[in-house]
Design a binder for this molecule. Structure first.
Ligand code: ZN
Length: 324
């Protein structure tokens, strides 16, 4: 970021963030934002330091935009627009009543960190935890856990945004959202992780770092092993009565069928590896209520065990606030 760079001739104003009494113009890509030095300085140490640097007495044309000092940033204009909108909106910008998309939250968090706006960063990270929970109870109802098809599927975050979130948290040096973000990535086609995926908004390709890609593949393997183990244990322990009666024999066969059909869907990444997903099947034909109840109870216990182990399985060690 600098105050002395040539302004592209094609630069256009962002009319949403163009204050007529503003006294500085921020230029990102080919978009100009007219804002106030005092607002930026009071929220950001980086801007405060920048504006304290003495400027030449006679600025050249390239240093100004319509006569105002121009600050050129290397950020994307769409990210800068979101960042400035939230900066001017104050604490109300992130109130629970305001809907905020994942890419916008990520953009605001990234720029808040870059420009050292600590309050804004904390508010954005708090909202990000709603998407990437650190508690199992929150995970069960999170959009990240929504099915890939059906009415709730449209709320499901896109892979490109989850990868952006992982890269953001690596950039800012935090790890609290990473277990569920890695878990999400471990369930997708690995080729998408290797090739990267484009964001629907601006078409940039989002990729994991090589070490995070390796971590997702390791996690995928670990989930597969757990899935097999948990399934066999839950079926074996859930069917807890003698097999001498007709009802008992039918239940045993039905439970074995449940195991077989679950094993056959093992390669379906949304199912087999999705150990933390809700068990969607209703009572299978022939299975005694008590046995199916035992099975689902055991299943939920194993899910919680996996949740507790997830940070370690992701190679992240202990995470503050990670709990049931
Ligand atoms: Zn049974």
């Amino acid at each position: 970021m600098s105050i002395q760079t040539n302004t592209p001739i094609s630069t256009r104003k962002d009319l949403r963030i163009w204050y007529n009494d503003g006294n500085v113009v921020i230029i990102a890509e080919d978009v100009a934002f007219r804002v106030h030095q005092s607002i930026l300085s009071s929220n950001s140490d980086v801007f405060r330091d920048l504006f304290q640097v003495p400027q030449p007495p006679t600025p050249s044309d390239g240093d100004t935009f319509e006569g105002f000092p121009a600050v050129h940033s290397h950020d994307k204009s769409c990210d800068m627009a979101e960042f400035l909108a939230v900066l001017y909106g104050g604490s109300q910008s992130f109130s629970p009543a305001v809907l905020y998309s994942l890419p916008k939250l990520i953009a605001v968090a990234r720029l808040s960190h870059k420009y050292q706006c600590e309050d804004l960063l904390a508010a954005a990270l708090s909202r990000l935890q709603d998407v990437f929970p650190t508690k199992f109870a929150s995970w069960c109802t999170s959009t990240l856990n929504a099915p890939e098809s059906g009415p709730a599927a449209c709320e499901r975050p896109r892979l490109a945004h989850v990868i952006s979130a992982i890269n953001l948290y690596r950039y800012i040096g935090r790890n609290d959202i990473l277990p569920v973000a890695f878990y999400f990535c471990a369930l997708v086609d690995p080729l998408d992780l290797i090739n990267g995926v484009s964001t629907p908004e601006i078409g940039t390709i989002e990729r994991l770092s090589p070490s995070d890609l390796a971590q997702c593949i390791r996690l995928r393997t670990a989930l597969g092993i757990r899935w097999t183990h948990c399934l066999h244990y839950a079926v074996k322990t859930g069917h807890d009565h003698d097999n001498e009666t007709e009802k008992g024999r039918v239940c045993k066969i039905a439970m074995e069928y449940l195991l077989q059909s679950a094993e056959e869907t093992f390669d379906d990444v949304g199912c087999g590896y999705g150990l933390l997903r809700n068990w969607k099947s209703s009572l299978p034909v022939g299975v005694i209520d008590q046995c199916f109840g035992n099975f689902t109870t055991i299943w939920s216990v194993t899910q919680k065990e996996l949740w507790g182990d997830l940070p370690e399985l992701c190679g992240l060690g202990e995470i503050n606030g990670w709990s049931e």
